[in-house]
Design a protein around this ligand. Structure first.
Ligand code: GSH
Length: 225
């Protein structure tokens, strides 16, 4: 098997990197990681050679490069089919793919105004309606997945899998920003936060010191949100 290496951004801030990294770590295969500091001259100088989209995450597998978090999840699923990824039952599969694709292509309120930041947490922030609509949407999707398909474990479709990887950075945002969700979603968020791979990522983030100013909007959330 050719060597696997994932190029990621700062663990504190890079939500897409977290998704790709969870996939390669969940595969159980041996991999290396290389972390580029986002928003630095070094990032802009090096990223073109490492990722065709000039974004992280990018997975290098021998001479192949797979960029984009969702593609990395699906690629890792092919490399390690014995692990749990997408649900096998058709209705659950359809729901899982739909909510993961929706995560990838929308939630702009949350993505713009409530960035991931694992080294800080806040209470009492007021976010705009756009952000609140995204919170409600995620809450509904998670509650439905748990109620319809979640019997086999604590995650959206039972065991930890691809849909949970896509939503892990949403969970971290809701935890950082103290957002209130349904009981079912709150339990789900606890399960994600306590997952060993998510916890390992948090621990690494806690060691980081770089601050990216524009990801500190929560300090000013009332105005920016
Ligand atoms: N759709 C992409 C988004 C990747 C993305 O936007 N990554 C951000 C970091 S979280 C990035 O590389 N930003 C650097 C830049 O745009 O200069 C994916 O799913 O991987």
């Amino acid at each position: 098997m050719p060597a696997l290496k994932i190029i990621i951004g700062n663990k504190t801030y890079s939500s897409w990197s977290l998704r790709g990294w969870l996939a390669v770590a969940h595969s159980g295969l041996v991999f290396e990681e290389e972390l580029l500091q986002l928003d630095t001259p070094d990032f802009h100088e090096r990223i073109g050679a490492l990722s065709p989209s000039r974004t992280v995450p990018a997975l290098h597998h021998g001479s192949e490069i797979i960029w984009d978090s969702l593609a990395i999840i699906d690629y890792c699923a092919r490399l390690s089919p014995e692990k749990n990824w997408w649900p096998s039952e058709t209705a659950a599969y359809g729901y899982a793919r739909s909510i993961a694709a929706e995560m990838h292509s929308s939630y702009m309120g949350l993505r713009t105004h409530a960035p991931m930041n694992l080294r800080d947490s806040w209470t009492g922030l007021e976010f705009s309606e756009a952000v609140q609509r995204d919170v409600t949407k995620a809450d509904n999707r998670w509650t439905t997945a748990r109620e319809r398909f979640g019997d086999g474990g604590e995650f959206l479709f039972g065991e930890f899998g691809a849909a949970d990887m896509m939503f892990a950075p949403v969970v971290t945002r809701f935890l950082s920003y103290g957002m209130k969700l349904s009981e079912t979603s709150t339990r789900y968020m606890e399960a994600v936060r306590n997952h060993p791979l998510v916890d390992a990522w948090y621990k690494d983030a806690a060691q980081e010191t770089a601050v990216i100013e524009h990801d500190q909007v929560a300090l000013d959330a009332k105005r920016l949100g």
